[in-house]
Ligand binder design. Structure first.
Ligand SMILES: Cc1cc2nc3c(=O)[nH]c(=O)nc-3n(C[C@H](O)[C@H](O)[C@H](O)COP(=O)(O)OP(=O)(O)OC[C@H]3O[C@@H](n4cnc5c(N)ncnc54)[C@H](O)[C@@H]3O)c2cc1C
Length: 381
């Protein structure tokens, strides 16, 4: 049993990026915070992802604004907590005229701030390895960041503990919330407020509240490839990504692109495959991904899906991928009708679940929203 000292202003359930972001927002408002996580070390989506903090392509409106705010907070936190920004920017490569039409439409929106279109020749001058014969254009954004999540998440938690006095309780499951009592498998603690940030645990706390919003889970396959000996100019994506990111997908020309991709890459579409390539400090490449939706996705990493991801790598870059060093899967909560679920099951309690697979890109803004909403509760009680 853990000995808890006194009553906390806020208990956060879950030490993934949403829980950490909520804890940060709370300490910045002067609150005394405890974070409880059932795992002995970070093991959820927050350490299985690309660490790609994406603004360009996030859904127009609130998600795009959240991503911009989150990106700015990442820069502050990275500096303070000693998290390396491994690289910056995005190159969205396009091989089809329908994709170029989407990029041009995107450039006509407010979301194109910091973006420009590169000709194939201009792109190849900066990155000669981009040899795809059909390359038609590249949308360059300079705003994106990439962190190594496996290192960044533990480092942010350690910094919150050391620099901000946040208490972390690991290996403890929260099973009951009846304010001010919070029941955990390591004993009871007292808190004025609770933020439940459970990731894709849809069957634990407030399962009935989360279930009412038709939230399911999405499984992704990921690969780490050996260092290819070259340095990426930015995170790389390809045509398939234009149909998966709401900020492009919502633009009128995307309908024609979808029709063409369905005809040319039906297997990729069926397995939800698109391409993201980011680079680590040792030169290795993190490459993905696929999307399989189910309340309980199968536990298998399918070779056929990895082959589709690598096929798109070959097509988009025009070169063979280096050898695969690691494979893993990850899951996140997913809902068709909303990017984020913030619910208030009781006064002083909030549930915060990112339901669009962009928690690293939106989390710090969501943490601020959750804490503001909880403090508003207190002010009106
Ligand atoms: C493979 C993959 C790639 C991705 N790539 C990106 C990307 O590049 N950029 C991006 O923006 N997003 C990406 N995402 C999405 C992003 O990782 C998620 O949206 C985000 O990590 C969700 O964070 P979280 O804190 O809600 O969940 P998690 O990281 O899953 O953390 C939730 C934590 O809560 C704990 N918990 C749950 N219930 C309890 C309980 N009752 N008691 C105690 N502890 C509990 C869990 O043990 C877990 O540690 C990706 C996701 C995956 C799976």
């Amino acid at each position: 049993m853990t000995t808890f000292s006194g009553r906390y202003d806020l208990a956060v359930v879950g030490a993934g990026i949403i829980g950490l972001a909520t804890a940060l927002a709370a300490v910045r408002r002067g609150l005394r915070v405890v974070v409880v996580d059932r795992d002995a070390q970070a093991n959820g989506a927050s350490v299985r992802n690309f660490g790609f903090i994406t603004v360009t392509g996030q859904g127009r409106g609130s998600m795009w604004s959240r991503a911009r705010r989150t990106r700015d907070v990442w820069l502050e936190v990275a500096l303070a907590a000693g998290v390396q920004i491994v690289h910056r920017g995005l190159w969205m490569t396009a091989r089809r005229p329908e994709s170029v039409a989407v990029l041009e439409a995107f450039m006509g929106t407010e979301m194109a701030e910091g973006c420009s279109i590169l000709t194939p020749a201009a792109a190849r001058r900066r990155f000669p390895q981009l040899k795809a014969p059909g390359l038609a254009a590249v949308l360059e954004s300079t705003i994106e960041l990439r962190v190594e999540s496996r290192q960044a998440i533990p480092r942010i938690a350690a910094w919150l503990a050391d620099a901000h006095g946040v208490t972390f309780v690991r290996n403890a499951t929260v099973h009951r919330i009846d304010l001010p009592q919070v029941g955990t498998s390591s004993g009871s603690l007292e808190a004025e407020r609770v933020a439940v940030c459970p990731g894709d645990d849809l069957s634990g706390l407030y399962a009935e509240r989360i279930g009412a919003h038709a939230v399911t889970r999405c499984k992704l396959q990921m690969l780490r490839l050996a260092s290819p000996g070259y340095t990426l100019p930015a995170a790389l994506m390809s045509d398939l990504g234009l149909t998966r990111y709401a900020g492009y997908e919502g633009l009128a020309p995307c309908a024609a692109l979808k029709t063409r991709l369905q005809a040319e890459q039906a297997d990729h579409i069926a397995r939800g495959v698109h391409l993201i390539v980011v680079q680590s400090a040792d030169g290795s490449l993190v490459v993905g991904d696929s999307h399989e939706y189910a309340l309980t996705p199968d536990p298998i990493s399918h070779e056929a899906v990895d082959a589709l991801i690598l096929e798109e790598f070959r097509a988009a870059l025009g070169i063979d991928p280096p050898p695969t060093m690691e494979r893993w899967t990850g899951t996140y909560a997913s809902a068709a009708d909303r990017p984020v679920l913030i619910d208030a099951p009781a006064p002083g309690v909030r549930i915060a679940v990112v339901t669009c697979g962009a928690g690293a890109s939106s989390g710090f803004a969501i943490g601020e929203e959750v804490v503001a909403s909880l403090l508003h509760d207190g002010a009106t009680r």
